[in-house]
Design a protein around this ligand. Structure first.
Ligand code: TLP
Length: 357
């Protein structure tokens, strides 16, 4: 199809901006800001920040695990967790589209000396046979297989939920081969709200899980690593080694405590908005969204179906005041979140309709 973009002006005349690039854009609520300003503080490297200690206890409780650790980012949470489970010369089996493989600056290899073993999967899910086939035989010349890394929800697959039965199958392969399981659960609450599976059930099937407060939960900074007491003790050491030891973290973790009370159930609204967006786009062009059904808060748009390349579509929509990100395999990603209303979705749909007429 011939591109439609050349006839449009390269500047934004839009009076309204709807930012669908990521749920990381969410700003803290007034309640969070108030809690941050009045938080009780101490030096967290000494383990003396009362607000952070409370958060870590509450998160461990919620996840049904022994302990939890606050870290600056999801990327550090993944790196520290995997470094606890593997070391130089070891291998982590992951989905070929895993965030740890594509979007974390090769930190596994560059910082931890760990090799990723990417395995193709289906919408973010690995089948047990492919995992088994990727496990190395015990022989001196091979890297040592140590960990299976799963991502839930799966970012590049469009926010898909890792089905609980598939996690059980991965657990079986892990146990048969003496491997650990790490879950990159950056958006684990989206997965839980969408599937009805409690986060504690996900945690019960893995050896460690990282989730983010700085995405749909709307906090300005921070992620958690959760697992056994021994695992978290080691994670504490690697957090410090990677420069993640922070001082009066209560200023930040106060927002996370508010998020636990106010931000989880409302993720349902984001999912409903994502479905509304996808259904609206399908009305414009039936096969323009993937996967078939939106599961959480992401919509991947196959822009060729709308007459644009991904980068053209991003530019054209930017002019209309609707921001989105060019993604892989000819798609653009649109993410719904707290700071995007149903009216914003309808506005975005109206603009998509206008540029594709
Ligand atoms: N993902 C970001 C970008 O890096 C793409 C986004 O906007 O979605 N795991 C997953 C599954 C993630 O989606 C992300 C962030 C991370 C880890 C890293 O978290 P941060 O950004 O806190 O280091």
């Amino acid at each position: 199809m011939e591109s439609r973009s050349s006839s449009r002006p390269p500047f934004s005349s839009a009076s309204r901006v709807v930012d669908l690039r990521s749920d990381t854009l969410t700003a803290p609520t007034a309640e969070m800001r108030h809690a941050m300003a009045s938080a009780a503080l101490g030096d967290d490297v000494f383990g003396e920040d009362p607000t952070t200690n409370l958060l870590q206890e509450r998160v461990a409780d919620l996840c049904g695990v022994e302990a939890a650790l606050y870290v600056p980012s999801g990327s550090m949470g993944n790196l520290v967790s995997l470094r606890c489970m593997a070391g130089p010369g070891d291998e982590v089996i992951c989905h070929a589209d895993a965030h740890i493989f594509h979007y974390e600056v090769a930190s596994l290899a560059a910082v931890a000396g760990i090799q990723a073993r990417p395995v193709p999967g289906h919408w973010g899910v690995l089948d047990p046979e492919s995992i088994s086939a990727a496990v190395r035989p015990a022989f001196d010349t091979f890297p040592r297989s140590k960990v299976i890394a799963l991502e839930n929800t799966h970012n590049l697959a469009g926010g898909t939920v890792y089905p609980i039965d598939d996690i059980r199958s991965a657990r079986k392969v892990a146990d048969e081969n003496g491997l650990k399981i790490h879950m990159d659960g950056a958006r684990i609450f989206n997965a839980s709200v969408a599937s009805g599976v409690p986060v504690s059930e996900y945690c019960s099937l893995v050896d460690g899980l990282t989730f983010c407060f700085s995405k749909g939960l709307s906090c300005p900074v921070g992620s958690m690593v959760v697992g056994s007491r021994d695992f978290i003790k080691l994670a504490h050491r690697y957090r410090k080694m990677h420069g993640g030891g922070m001082r009066q973290t209560g200023v930040l973790t106060a927002a996370c405590l508010v998020a636990l009370d106010t931000m989880i159930d409302r993720l349902d609204d984001d999912h409903a908005n994502a479905r509304r967006l996808a259904n609206g786009i399908k009305r414009i062009s039936e096969h323009a969204t993937v996967p078939e059904n939106v599961q959480t808060n992401m919509v991947l748009v196959k822009t060729e179906q709308l007459g644009y390349t991904p980068s053209e579509f991003v530019e054209v929509m930017g002019v209309e005041g609707v921001k989105c990100l060019a993604y892989q395999r000819g798609t653009v990603r649109m993410v719904t979140h707290k700071d995007v209303s149903t009216y914003d979705i309808d506005y975005a749909l109206e603009r998509i309709d206008a540029v594709t007429r």
